[in-house]
Design a binder for this molecule. Structure first.
Ligand code: ADP
Length: 395
């Protein structure tokens, strides 16, 4: 049987990330990025196993970027696409799994725009542009929030008046669902559990960071909430702060809400703490040179991560393993080591040599003998989106 092809699209306000995935393959046939859309410097970059190319996009809007993809896809696919899978950030409470996109789904994504004002409208722009260019192919929406819809009410409700939940959908949703789902599923296979089984803590550490407790393929709690600002320290996002901080800054400094949103989303996290950069690799280099801000940022990042992971143990009946993924989780032995040092209470201990010797791009166990398993597992959200799109068609 021919393996089917899926085009995976992740559309932001000024960019479109895309990948052409063949069923069962671990690497993309073709992948790339259109960026600076909406400006006169819009570009389209793409790569295959053997080549990397870039072109300037005249009239660099989302629609024309998508149109420029069509001949590229045709050239590399060699067969018709079976589906286009779209990453959509917020599915609210409407969506607990992947959806075939029709007018009703589009309306619901649009209705959730209040919950993700930066992301959902951009995701919709991508969906509409792709549907215009690939009109005869099923389009599937995969939501960052859907995997977490299995959380119990005691994990997803905020302790604020019930009417705000009932009338305004204010609750915890969680994000990075495709990544947590992918790595926990892989962990079950790698550890010899039945597919999808096991009690896992997953730490997705990229520019955005979140932790998640997963039991037998179901998310039971996660660190992000109504928005992706809640929870861990991230590149430029603060993570948890005292909820009264807004009022305090308003009262003492006269800051309005947009200023405070800017502060907490763009000027905080590793960048804010270090006063240097949001990039963990650079922070590690600066910490090696004794930069105080960089050292503190790393310490706060790891301590708060460990605290979150230990807290998430409350969601699990036991712990089969801890998983690290994302750019930081996959590549930084130092962050993994410092985080696990804070987790001795759960009996977690690293095998130093395995942790330091871990080769990029590989899934590897890095725990010491007697410790619950600890894994580094490279995430592959595109593959998860492609697989879920095909699974929906097979249903
Ligand atoms: P995104 O969330 O945008 O997909 P990534 O998952 O690529 O981001 O993660 C980006 C983060 O990973 C950056 O902070 C980067 O510095 C960090 N990172 C990448 N490689 C390393 C490394 N070798 N050591 C430490 N941090 C790394």
């Amino acid at each position: 049987m021919t393996q089917r092809l899926v085009l995976v699209i992740n559309c932001g306000s000024s960019s479109i990330k895309f990948a052409l995935r063949r069923e069962g393959d671990s690497a993309a046939l073709l992948s790339g990025l259109a960026e600076r859309l909406g400006s006169d410097q819009a570009t389209l970059q793409w790569k295959t196993a053997s080549a990397l190319e870039e072109t300037l996009l005249e009239d660099g809007e989302h629609g024309s970027a998508m149109a420029a993809l069509l001949p590229l896809i045709e050239q590399h696919a060699g067969q018709p696409l079976s589906a286009v899978g779209h990453r959509v950030v917020h599915g609210g409470e409407h969506f607990t799994q992947a959806q075939l996109i029709d007018n009703k789904v589009i309306a619901a994504i649009s209705a959730n725009a209040d919950l993700a004002p930066l992301h959902n409208p951009a995701n919709l722009t991508g969906i509409q542009a792709a549907m215009a260019v690939f009109p005869d192919i099923p389009h599937v929406a995969i939501f960052d929030t859907a995997f977490h819809q299995s959380m119990p009410a005691y994990a997803y409700r905020y302790a604020i008046p019930e009417a705000l939940y009932r009338e305004h959908a204010i609750r915890r949703y969680g994000f990075h669902g495709t990544s947590h789902q992918y790595v926990t599923h892989r962990a079950s296979l790698l550890s010899g559990h039945a597919p999808g089984r096991g009690a896992w803590l997953s730490a997705h550490l990229g520019n955005g960071c979140s932790s998640c407790a997963v039991l037998d393929g179901r998310s039971l709690d996660t660190s992000m909430g109504l928005t992706p600002l809640e929870g861990l320290v991230m590149g430029t996002r603060s993570g948890d702060v005292d909820p009264n901080l807004h009022a305090h800054l308003g009262r003492t400094l006269g800051w309005d809400l947009p200023r405070i949103e800017q502060l907490l989303n763009r000027e905080s996290g590793l960048l804010g703490l270090s006063g240097l950069t949001n990039d963990m690799r650079q922070l590690e280099a600066a910490a090696d040179d004794d930069h105080e801000g960089a050292k503190l940022a790393i310490e706060v990042f790891c301590y708060r991560l460990a605290r979150s992971l230990l807290g998430l143990c409350a969601a699990l009946p036991r712990l089969d393993g801890l998983l690290f993924t994302g750019g930081i989780g996959e590549n930084s032995a130092k962050i993994r080591a410092r985080t696990v040092e804070h987790m001795g209470a759960m009996g977690l201990k690293l095998d130093e040599a395995a942790n330091n010797g871990h080769a990029r791009g590989e899934a590897v166990a890095i725990h010491a003998k007697g410790s619950p398993t600890i894994w580094v597992i490279p995430t592959d959200e595109e593959r998860q989106i492609a697989d879920e799109s095909l699974a929906l068609l097979d249903h």
